[in-house]
Write a protein of this length. Structure first.
Length: 442
């Protein structure tokens, strides 16, 4: 039996936050300073957040040869790919203490040491705040019985072809392709419950083969309390007039029906409910979101065949411009009013922009970047096989750098940087500076 002798490494950083949270926010990361090759070692991230809520993200970078496996994600989207760990909360849980657990597993043939830090980012009064974990050295102990001549230093390790990554919930290993799916959400017009004192709300979700994280949020605009009826394994919460269904791993069926009841807060008062909702699917830095469309339709059966027929009929029913679903060739569904609009053609000549994201699939710019507190108009271009998103059209490099610094301070955009375009096509920044007789500066 292999016995691992370790000394506990506990890292804690505290930041006093004014305004939204009157309590100090602290980040604590617990792990041993030595981990065995070929074996899983459990680590723990604790965020003492008080009443902090909203979008947040935790990031870590690992060398090749380290696999990261989720255990408890605290309702965050968990993604690990190419050595990058991302935990993303569209909205932090209400609990004052958030605990995340995952395991590190070095390849059996690696040895040596690596540095490990981390960063937790969140917003307070539209200002970005970062809590950094100080880099510490972690040693990898060779696997028992391993041949020293076959061991490779972790710094020189090259992953084997087809090495798998982990995304989503603790049950996920190598995720199935998620490219072919539609996302729609339809709320049946609320109807009176059996007592006649409240209402029943049913929502039909269409999510195709998606089997990872999902969130349904319903804002109840009248004086009601919401109570769960059918959650299909989601965690249900109701706070400040918002009902939330949160799945770490969504059920396999492509069509889902969840329901809740509305009970008047004041006895004898039973106003017609007014509800606004959205349905989100999250993968790493990529978020897909649609508004919930309220329609008059019947849900007499929950069989997949019958639900598919109902959804097909709702898609054909064009309804109003605000609720008509639009399906792009990429499989992303947005509302007509959410479509990104290119207000002007790409400017002629040389301009500088600030890149704020690059993803393998397109995102809805009207929801994804606003959730990161980025209010600038976002443009998209295809480059090197990716959908790249930029803001601004600056003739001055200095102005572009100032915009980059502002975005880094005030949003959750990760590492924005200046890029250059000539007649709508990307060119190197140094070439743009040379052609416009400008100088680079730090």
């Amino acid at each position: 039996m292999f016995i691992l002798r370790i000394s506990a490494m506990t890292l804690a950083i505290r930041l006093m936050v004014a305004g939204v949270s009157a309590q100090p926010v602290s980040l604590e990361f617990r792990m041993p300073d030595e981990i065995p090759a070929g074996r899983e070692t459990e680590v723990e991230l604790i965020v003492n957040k008080g009443n902090l809520e909203g979008f947040a993200r935790f990031q870590q970078t690992f060398p090749a040869g380290i696999m990261v496996v989720p255990v408890e994600s605290a309702y965050a989207d968990f993604a690990y790919d190419a050595g990058k760990l991302n935990l993303i909360w569209l909205k932090l849980p209400s609990d004052p203490v958030v605990r995340v657990v995952y395991r590190l597993k070095p390849d059996p043939k690696v040895k040596g040491t690596f540095n490990l830090g981390g960063k937790f980012s969140y917003l307070i009064e539209n200002n970005r705040n970062d809590l950094e974990i100080e880099n510490r050295t972690v040693r990898i102990l060779p696997a028992p019985g391993s041949d020293p001549s076959e061991l490779v230093d972790i710094a020189d390790y090259t992953p084997a072809a087809g090495q798998k990554t982990v995304t989503g919930s603790p049950e996920a290993t190598a995720p199935a392709p998620q490219d072919s799916y539609e996302i729609n959400a339809y709320r049946q017009k609320p109807f009176p419950d059996a007592s006649g004192k409240g209402y029943v709300v049913q929502v039909l979700l269409e999510k195709g083969s998606w089997n990872r994280s999902g969130i349904l949020e319903e804002d109840i605009l009248n004086q009601f309390e919401a109570r769960p009826l059918e959650t299909l394994g989601a965690r249900f919460t109701f706070e400040s007039g918002r009902a939330r269904f949160v799945w770490l791993r969504m059920p396999a069926d492509p069509y889902l029906v969840v329901s809740y009841e509305l009970v008047p807060r004041v006895a004898g008062q039973n106003p017609a409910p007014s509800i606004q909702g959205k349905f989100s699917l999250v993968e790493g830095n990529d978020a897909r979101q649609v508004m919930v469309s309220q329609r008059s339709f019947e849900l007499n059966s929950t069989s997949q065949r019958d639900l598919a027929a109902v959804a097909a009929g709702l898609r054909l029913d064009t309804g109003s411009a605000e609720s008509r679903p639009v399906v792009r060739e990429t499989g992303e569904t947005v509302r007509e009013t959410d479509r990104p609009v290119q207000k002007t053609p790409a400017p002629a000549g040389i301009v500088f922009r600030v890149q704020v994201g690059a993803y393998s699939r397109p995102v809805n710019v009207n929801t994804f970047f606003k959730s990161m507190n980025l209010q600038d108009d976002v443009q998209m271009d295809r480059h090197a096989g990716l959908y790249k998103y930029t803001v601004g059209n600056f003739s001055s490099y200095r102005e572009a750098r100032a915009a980059r610094d502002r975005i880094a301070r005030s949003s959750l955009v990760d590492e924005p940087f200046v890029c250059a375009f000539r007649d709508g096509r990307r060119i190197p920044v140094d070439e743009a500076l040379r052609l416009t007789n400008q100088e680079w500066f730090k």
